[in-house]
Design a protein around this ligand. Structure first.
Ligand code: NDP
Length: 234
């Protein structure tokens, strides 16, 4: 059965791969994009997740097209890396506002319809660094660790309503975000990954597709690593 799906930051990278994966599985997918153009062949709605009004308008459009959102993937995210000693307050709060408060805005809006339907799937895109920590990423790691506490609390709030909430924690994935890292640093990262390579965005997307599927009906409040073994034991 085709479900109404909304993926934030779905115009490129991991979000686009998730949107394509769910589209291929037969869902009716809406993607939000902040800049540029919506991806070809998918229903796009412009939305900056730092604005509650934008988020509401995006849901209005997606729901007018596909009906109440049954699967939401909070994927939009940014990095603004620097050591804490050099980090301005707005560099910290900008990252929290997009990655954590942005997910709050999106998920809160999505659960309105899910509560009425008494079913739904929430997937939050966190990161291995939420658990491992990462020098130069205090802002980013805090935002991604925050998603775990947020998601697990929400899983407890919504479990009795047939809504699952899960978190994926990717390691290093080949996207624009990691392309910014120099070749030397990327090589150093690879040496620490048991599988010896970075992930493709599609490898993350397939796990999200599983969490959104009926096969994952009894999985909630879980943190699923998709990191080639990088975070083992954390
Ligand atoms: P990209 O930088 O390739 O894409 C980020 C996406 O988020 C873009 O679509 C971007 O839109 C969107 N976005 C950023 N800020 C906002 C905003 N304020 N409002 C709406 N959309 C916004 O990143 P990835 O695909 O690599 O990452 C996707 C998610 O996965 C992020 O949450 C990231 O933290 C997480 N992640 C990534 C890893 C990696 O190795 N790549 C590892 C672990 C987690 P626009 O095109 O307009 O900028």
């Amino acid at each position: 059965m085709s479900r109404s799906v909304l993926v934030t930051g779905g115009n490129r990278g991991i979000g686009l791969a998730i949107a394509r994966e769910l589209d291929a599985a037969g869902d009716a997918v809406a993607v939000t994009y902040r800049s540029g153009e919506p991806p070809e062949g998918l229903f796009g709605v412009r939305c900056d997740v730092t604005s509650a009004a934008d988020v509401d308008a995006a849901f209005e459009k997606a729901e007018a097209e596909h009906g109440p959102v049954e699967v939401v993937v909070a994927n939009a995210g940014i990095t603004k890396d620097t050591l804490l000693a050099m980090m301005k307050e707005e560099t910290f709060t900008d990252v929290i506002d997009t990655n954590l408060t942005g997910a709050y805005r999106v998920v809160k809006r999505a659960t309105r319809g899910m509560l009425r339907m008494r079913r739904g799937r929430v997937v939050l895109v966190s990161s291995v660094v939420a658990m491992l920590g990462s020098a130069g990423q205090t802002n980013y790691a805090a935002s991604k660790a925050g998603l775990i506490g947020f998601g697990r609390s929400l899983a407890r709030e919504l479990g009795s309503r047939g809504i699952t909430v899960n978190i994926v924690a990717p390691g290093f994935v080949e996207t624009d975000m990691t392309a910014e890292l120099g070749a030397e640093y990327q090589e150093q990262i690879r040496k620490n990954i048991p599988l010896g390579r970075m992930a493709s965005a599609q490898e993350v997307a397939r796990v999200v597709r599983f969490l959104a599927s009926d096969d994952a009906a009894y999985v909630t409040g879980a943190v699923i690593p998709v990191d080639g073994g990088l975070g083992m034991g954390h």
